[in-house]
Design a protein around this ligand. Structure first.
Ligand SMILES: NC(=O)c1ccc[n+]([C@@H]2O[C@H](COP(=O)([O-])OP(=O)(O)OC[C@H]3O[C@@H](n4cnc5c(N)ncnc54)[C@H](O)[C@@H]3O)[C@@H](O)[C@H]2O)c1
Ligand SMILES: N[C@@H](CCO)C(=O)O
Ligand code: NA
Length: 436
C-alpha cells in the first residue's frame, strides 16, 4: 500500500524532531502502522530554515494553506502553536476533510469544543497526545488504558519549565531569572514564557486531562490558575523541614457536587515518588477505582520526546483511517452522547489542606489567638513549627499545616488572622495534597 501522506505546518522544535524521528525510524514505524508515513509537504514562515532541515526531497512553502489545499495530503500536523492562525488552519484542514495531529494544548483547552465538533461532523480525527506531558502517553492511558475505571483524580507535574526552575532553585540555590533563561535556551519554555511561570500552560493541560478523565467538555475558563512567581525560598525551606516538597501541580478531582480543576504550587510529602521528579521531567498520577494509583513519568518537553507523541498519533490515524468514523476512539474518551454536565466547582468549594506562614510579633498570646480563629472556622491543625526569635529580634515565623478544609473556610480564617495586630506581614498560604 502507498505511504500515507502528511503535511507539516511549522517545523520548529517539535516539527524538526518529528521530521528526524520519522526519517530515522521509518522502517519500524511502517511495520507498526501497516503503511509508510511520509512527510510530503512542509509549510513554515521561515522557509529557508525549513529547507535546510528537510533537504531537496520535500516541497517547502511559506503559506500553510497550500498544504491544506493539496489533495494528496491525508493528515495535517499543526506545530505552529497559539490560538491565532493555528485555530484557523486546523478548522480549515478539518473542513478540507483532513485528519489533524496537533501538540497545541492552548488551542484545544480553549477552543476544543468547537474543533472536536467540527471534526466529528466531517468524520475526521483530531489527535493530540503531544499536547499533554509531551512524550508520556497520558492521553492514551486516560482514553484507552484506564477505560474500565471510574477515575477519582489525576494530578501531575505537567510543565517542564516550572519544575526545572523549582528544582534548580532548590538544589543549586540559583535565582528565578537565571534558571528561566536556561529553560528557554533548552527549548522547554513556551514562546511566551509567562504561560509557563504563571501556570497557564499547566492549566491548558489539566483542562484536557479533566475532560478525558470525567467526560466533561474542555473548560479552561473555569480552571483556577496560579503559577510559581509568588513562591518564596523561605517557604521551600520550611516545607522541606516539615517533610514536604513544593511542586506546581495540575489537579483535577471528582467530588460529590462537581469537579475540581486547578493549578497551583502544592506541598507534597517527600516520600511520594512524584515529589522526587526533578528538572524538566513530567509525571502524572491517576487514581482509578479499579486499578488504584498509577504513575506516568517521562520527558514532557523537547524536540524528540514530543515528536514521539506526534508520531504515535500518526500511526494511530494510519491504522484507523479506514475504520468507520462512528467506531473510532472518541476524542474525549467518552462518546458524544455520554458527555456529562457535571460542573467544575468554584474554588471556594475545593477541598485541600494548607501550609500557612505567619510573620508574627514575638509576644505571649499570639499563638492562641491564631489557633482560636482556625478552630472557630472549623479548621484543625495537623502540625506546627515556630522558629525561636533570634537574639534581639521582635518577630518570628509561625508555620502551620492544617487538615483538609474548604478554600472558602480558609479564606474567611485568613481575613480574620490577617486583621490581628500581631500578624505583621501578608500571610503565605500554599495548598497541600497527600496524593494517596
Ligand atoms: N517545544 C516543546 O517541547 C513542546 C512540547 C509539547 C508541545 N509543544 C507545542 O508544540 C507547538 C510547537 O512548538 P515548538 O516548540 O515547536 O515551537 P517553535 O516556535 O519552535 O516552532 C514553530 C514553527 O512554526 C513556524 N510558524 C509560525 N507561524 C507560522 C505560520 N503562520 N505558518 C507556517 N509556519 C509558521 C515558525 O517559523 C516555527 O518554525 C506549540 O503548540 C507548543 O505549545 C511544544
Ligand atoms: N512549555 C512546556 C512545553 C511542553 O508542553 C513545558 O515547559 O512543559
Ligand atoms: Na503525551
Amino acid at each position: 500500500m502507498n505511504a500515507i501522506k502528511v503535511g507539516l505546518l511549522g517545523i520548529g522544535t517539535v516539527g524538526g524532531g518529528t521530521f528526524e524521528v520519522l526519517r530515522r525510524n521509518q522502517e519500524e514505524i511502517k511495520g507498526r502502522a501497516g503503511r509508510g508515513i511520509e512527510i510530503a509537504m512542509v509549510a513554515d514562515l521561515n522557509s529557508e530554515r525549513a529547507k535546510s532541515i528537510v533537504g531537496d526531497g520535500v516541497p517547502v512553502v511559506s503559506d500553510a494553506r497550500q498544504v491544506i489545499a493539496n489533495p494528496e495530503i491525508d493528515i495535517v500536523v499543526e506545530l505552529i502553536g497559539g490560538y491565532g492562525i493555528a485555530k484557523t488552519l486546523v478548522l480549515e484542514a478539518i473542513a478540507a476533510g483532513k485528519h489533524v495531529v496537533t501538540a497545541n494544548k492552548a488551542l484545544l483547552a480553549v477552543h476544543g469544543t468547537e474543533i472536536f465538533a467540527a471534526a466529528r461532523e466531517k468524520g475526521v480525527v483530531v489527535a493530540f497526545e503531544a499536547a499533554v506531558a509531551g512524550g508520556i502517553p497520558i492521553i492514551k492511558a486516560l482514553r484507552e488504558g484506564l477505560a474500565a475505571n471510574r477515575i477519582e483524580w489525576a494530578a501531575g507535574i505537567i510543565n517542564g519549565t516550572t519544575n526545572f526552575i523549582l528544582s534548580e532553585m532548590r538544589s543549586k540555590g540559583l535565582d528565578f531569572g537565571t534558571v528561566l533563561k536556561e529553560a528557554q535556551r533548552l527549548g522547554y519554555a513556551e514562546a511566551d514564557p509567562t504561560f509557563d511561570i504563571e501556570g497557564v500552560d499547566a492549566a491548558h493541560k489539566a483542562t484536557l486531562m479533566s475532560a478525558l478523565a470525567f467526560g466533561i467538555p474542555v473548560q479552561f475558563d473555569k480552571a483556577h490558575v496560579e503559577g510559581i512567581t509568588q513562591l518564596q525560598a523561605t517557604d521551600i525551606k520550611y516545607a522541606e523541614q516539615l517533610g514536604y516538597r513544593i511542586k506546581l501541580l495540575g489537579i483535577t478531582r471528582r467530588r460529590e457536587k462537581g469537579i475540581e480543576l486547578r493549578v497551583h504550587p502544592t506541598l507534597i510529602p517527600t516520600t511520594r515518588l512524584i515529589a522526587n521528579v526533578e528538572g524538566a521531567m513530567n509525571a502524572v498520577v491517576v487514581q482509578g477505582d479499579a486499578v488504584g494509583t498509577t504513575l506516568y513519568y517521562g520527558k514532557g518537553a523537547g524536540a524528540e520526546p514530543t515528536a514521539s507523541a506526534v508520531i504515535a498519533d500518526l500511526v494511530d490515524i494510519t491504522r484507523l483511517a479506514t475504520a468507520d468514523p462512528d467506531h473510532r476512539v472518541p476524542h474525549l474518551a467518552f462518546q458524544p452522547d455520554a458527555i456529562s454536565s457535571t460542573p467544575i466547582l468554584p474554588m471556594a468549594e475545593v477541598h485541600t489542606s494548607f501550609y500557612l506562614r505567619l510573620r508574627v510579633a514575638d509576644r505571649a498570646g499570639v499563638l492562641s489567638k491564631v489557633t482560636t480563629l482556625l478552630a472557630e472556622n472549623d479548621i484543625s491543625i495537623d502540625a506546627m513549627l515556630q522558629r525561636e526569635a533570634a537574639e534581639g529580634e521582635s518577630q518570628t515565623d509561625l508555620v502551620i499545616l492544617t487538615h483538609e478544609t474548604t478554600e472558602g473556610r480558609m479564606n474567611t480564617a485568613l481575613v480574620q488572622m490577617q486583621a490581628l495586630d500581631t500578624v505583621l506581614a501578608p500571610i503565605v498560604r500554599i495548598r497541600k495534597e497527600e496524593l494517596a
